[in-house]
Design a protein around this ligand. Structure first.
Ligand code: OSB
Ligand code: MG
Length: 368
């Protein structure tokens, strides 16, 4: 396969509800859509889902735009590939910049699977017809505001509720949600906001029967995570700590966690995400698919990935309506906490170009 035409669209959408984590708050997101067209006319779409600011990872929309335009697009235009993994290996000459690389890797997978008439999920090794959806809820001004967010999501049938926590917003909100919804599978995500000095907070959280505590400590603090895991009953789930398959091997060797959140963006694409899934499965580690508030393109890729057999925990693949009044693709729908895996060839979603046009803040085009 040879790509002869690349288009990048910066697209801004407002969130239906402001989302706050331990590191930042956001009301709208600007993601970059990547369209690749091959010499035979086949097309693939991907999404660069970086947050605007460098608070989840070091990347920003601006850094992704520059790296995509100046470094990744030229590699794509000069590489012949017979499988998306070949292109991903060429893109890996660029160090880091995983969100930017992921947009091109997903576009390559969607082009490749649609050209072969195979659903993306099947091309990746997926076996499920539906995937279980969880929901991720941000930090709210008050506990009552939080309970008002949780109630409708439980009623909609989401299979697991994840609460963002931060120092000062942890034990009390968890206690309140636990007592209002005693049966709901619950987990917390700190986005690395705590240190070893906060171990007493972790011990308190350990008493609520949580499914997992996600990324309590800083991304590179793997030995601290290992020490904590040895002293907690609740499984620790790693997110920011695992950007490469090698990070996962280090975490497994150290015992730094018992669950892995696999994000397509953080891992640099579907190629690396599948490898992380396979490695985790070899080690008996359950995984689930995390999200970055993707639009329909990135979200469809997350659903396809979640169809792989090792994804045994509910994924952050909530319906489009949880995020956007109107998604740029046909909406992703969660019904009773289940999302259908597309059986159409390729990604199973294409952007509505009029909507993309209406929300575009920047555009770039290159061809050979
Ligand atoms: O840590 O999982 C995270 C959103 C932005 C940045 C980091 C995270 C998240 C989420 C949202 O939890 C998951 C989703 O897409 O619903
Ligand atoms: Mg997380």
């Amino acid at each position: 396969t040879r790509v002869q035409d690349i288009e990048l669209f910066r697209v801004r959408l407002d969130l239906v509800h402001e989302f706050t984590t331990s590191s930042h708050a956001k009301r709208s997101l600007e993601h970059i859509l990547v369209a690749l067209t091959a010499t035979d006319g086949s097309v693939g779409w991907g999404e660069i889902a970086s947050p605007s600011g460098p608070f989840y990872s070091a990347e920003t929309v601006e850094s992704c735009w520059a790296v995509a335009r100046d470094h990744l697009a030229p590699i794509v235009l000069r590489t012949d590939w017979d499988h998306p993994a070949t292109l991903a290996a060429a893109l890996a000459k660029v160090r880091g910049n995983h969100f930017a690389r992921a947009g091109f890797d997903v576009a390559a997978w969607s082009l490749w699977s649609s050209a072969r008439g195979v659903p993306l999920a099947r091309a990746l090794g997926g076996t499920r017809a539906t995937v279980e959806a969880g929901v991720s809820l941000g930090i709210e001004p008050t506990i009552d505001d939080l309970l008002a967010q949780v109630g409708p999501r439980v009623a909609e049938g989401y299979r697991r509720i994840k609460l963002k926590i931060a120092p000062g917003w942890d034990v009390e909100p968890v206690r309140a949600v636990r007592s209002a919804f005693p049966e709901v599978p619950l987990h917390v995500d700190a986005n690395g906001a705590y240190t070893v000095a906060d171990e007493p907070v972790m011990r308190k959280l350990d008493a609520f029967g949580l499914l997992m505590i996600e990324q309590p400590y800083a991304p590179r603090a793997l030995t601290d995570h290992a020490d904590l895991q040895a002293r907690l009953g609740t499984p620790i789930c790693l997110d920011e700590s695992v950007e490469e398959a090698d990070d996962l091997l280090t975490a497994l060797r150290l015992g730094a966690g018992r669950v892995l959140n696999i994000k397509v963006s953080r891992m640099a694409g579907l190629t690396a995400a599948v490898r992380a899934h396979d490695l985790a499965a070899e080690h008996g580690m359950p995984v689930w698919c995390g999200g970055m508030h993707e639009f329909g393109i990135g979200r469809a890729a997350n659903v396809a990935l979640s169809a792989l057999p090792g994804f045994t925990l509910p994924s952050d693949v909530s319906g489009s309506d949880k995020y956007y009044a109107r998604d740029i693709t046909a909406p992703i729908v969660s019904a009773g906490g289940l999302v259908e895996v597309s059986t159409d060839p390729g990604l199973g979603r294409t952007p509505d170009l009029d909507l993309v046009q209406a929300h575009t803040t920047g555009r770039w085009h290159s061809r050979t």
